[in-house]
Design a protein around this ligand. Structure first.
Ligand code: GLC
Length: 533
């Protein structure tokens, strides 16, 4: 049974989709100012479409001082001038839709930039109606149980503002004051921002940093009941006014704390939640040659409500977060994957996928075959489809956000201007889209092949999952199945050959010529998606 994954009117299209994370500044510069923009991205939609993905997630494109790369929003109703105009955004959206690609954007709800006019008005006048849009204190001593997230840079979640004469609350950089969700006016402002973009025709939002919307004394200020009440109210609004809108939760939490973000049948919240904890365990398992971390986290993941979905990823624009592992595993992961201190950031690793794997294509293939066959809607981060590297000498997370490498012309074909927003990686003459187009085993063509193979199997997109016993911690096997279709997913996580006994003759979707039966040898780091022959 082949479901048409581009079906536009199918309400739960996100169950079948593969997403592509687009950093607009990095993609293609159309006007020669060194920054990518929407006019440039329109020219590259063919590339995105050629991957076989169904939806683009656009990272923040709002006016912003870019102190946190746009996650510091100065105006929720505009486009950053470096990226174009509202008309350019609309043209991008229409061009994507014309190709059957959906578009969701980031919505940063927890905080604004300190340059947002609301904050500027708030700090200057205690009696301004905007004062109560933010969270203030005379002492900066409240909510002491809330952890600091940007550990490497922020000494406290409170910062004293000279102009205001008070401390303001912020969970991220001190240039990102948290909004005060105890003020219903803030709800209305946010709803109006959602309406603005939905009126333009976007398909949904990735809602940023949602665990932190409310603060309450004596708690860790995460996942509070008040936060869930607000999120259910937001879902009611979009369901009533813009039915079919997709809401995706970014909550870096353990599975049992994540589950409530789906809400209940009566009070739904998000259709899709990022599954953060699985991600580091995929890297851990491949490095250790031991499937245990993957099996354990999936066994610990509760059943989700019907119609909802997890979102899975190998990398994104942030550091590879190690918040959701034990301190011992974190230390081990740092030693294995970030031997140099510069590669570490906060509780994570600021490196790109291919670099983490030492550009080993076999491991890259294994990790993708694993990730693309697990339950959940997968996201590919721009550049990972060509095995782009990173630049650990750039600050913060910028080393993983360098210009996309299109060809071996000046600036990798990204921009005609010498001073690009960040330097293009020196590897670009070898690692670029054009060079990989005609090479059958390039990262690019393997990405296309794997996505196509997944899209062809309803069992991989929507199926149930059941473990298959292999008697060996290095050999991971599970079945994905729906109706009478099934795929046996089989992986050798180790550098040693292994054996596995098949009960039926099988065809390997990952190596279409191969017919396999009896006891088969699994090569080091081998991946197989097996269907009945
Ligand atoms: C999210 C974003 C991250 C940003 C943070 C604060 O975690 O992914 O890039 O810095 O929110 O907005």
């Amino acid at each position: 049974m082949n479901v048409d994954v581009t079906a536009k009117n199918q309400a739960d299209w996100y169950q079948d989709a593969v997403f592509y994370e687009l950093y607009i500044r990095a993609y293609r510069d159309s006007n020669g100012d060194g920054n990518g923009d929407f006019r440039g991205a329109i020219k590259k939609l063919d590339h995105i479409q050629s991957l076989g993905v169904n939806c683009i997630w656009v990272m923040p494109m709002y006016p912003s001082p870019l102190k946190d790369d746009g996650y510091d929003v100065a105006d929720y109703l505009g486009i950053h001038p470096d990226y174009g105009t509202l008309a350019d955004f609309k043209a991008f959206l229409d061009a994507a839709h014309a190709r059957g690609l959906k578009v969701v954007t980031d919505m940063v709800m927890n905080h604004t930039s300190d340059q947002h006019p609301w904050f500027q008005a708030a700090r200057q006048d205690k009696h301004s109606p905007y004062r109560d849009y933010y969270v203030w204190s005379d002492t900066g001593s409240e909510y002491a149980d809330a952890r600091i997230i940007f550990l490497d840079t922020e000494p406290s979640n409170w910062t004293y503002d000279e102009v205001a004469g008070q401390y303001f609350w912020h969970r991220f950089y001190s240039c990102q004051p948290d909004l005060n969700y105890d003020n219903p006016q803030v709800h209305e402002e946010m709803f109006n921002a959602l309406r603005f973009w939905l009126d333009m025709g976007i398909d949904g939002f990735r809602i940023d940093a949602i665990p932190y919307l409310y603060e309450r004394e004596g708690t860790n200020c995460e996942n509070l009941p008040e936060t869930h009440q607000f999120l259910a109210k937001m879902r009611r609004m979009v369901d009533e006014e813009y039915p079919g809108t997709l809401l995706i939760a970014e909550a870096n939490q353990w599975p049992h704390d994540l589950l409530p973000y789906f809400g209940t049948e009566e009070e739904p919240e998000f259709q899709v939640c990022f599954h953060f904890p699985i991600m580091p365990r995929l890297y851990q398992a491949v490095k250790a040659g031991d499937k245990t971390p993957i099996v354990d986290i999936l066994n610990d993941t509760p059943e989700k409500p019907a119609g909802t979905q997890w979102m899975t990823f190998l990398r994104n624009h942030d550091e590879l977060t190690l918040e959701m592992v034990t301190p011992e595993v974190r230390q081990w992961m740092w030693e294995q994957y970030a031997p140099e201190p510069r590669m570490r950031l906060n509780l994570g690793i600021r490196r790109r996928l291919a670099a983490l794997l030492d550009h080993d294509k076999q491991k890259w293939f294994l990790l993708h075959a694993l990730f693309l066959s697990l339950p959940g809607t997968p996201i590919i981060y721009y550049g990972d489809e060509i095995g782009m590297g990173d630049n650990i000498w750039l600050p913060d997370r910028h080393g993983c956000r360098t210009p996309m490498q299109w060809n071996n012309n000046l600036n990798a074909g990204f921009s005609s201007y010498e001073n690009t927003y960040q330097p293009v990686l020196a590897e670009y003459p070898q690692v670029n889209v054009a060079a990989q187009e005609d090479e059958p085993d390039s990262y690019l063509n393997l990405t296309r092949f794997l996505i196509r193979a997944r899209q062809g199997q309803a069992a991989l997109r929507r199926g149930e999952m059941a473990w298959v016993e292999t008697g060996d911690t290095a050999v991971l096997a599970y079945r994905r199945f729906i109706h009478d279709e099934g795929v046996l997913c089989l992986f050798n996580l180790s550098s040693q050959p292994q054996r596995f006994a098949l009960h039926h003759e099988r065809r390997d979707l990952l190596s279409p010529e191969a017919r396999l039966s009896g006891t088969i040898e699994l090569k080091p780091f081998a991946a197989h998606w097996l269907v009945l022959a």
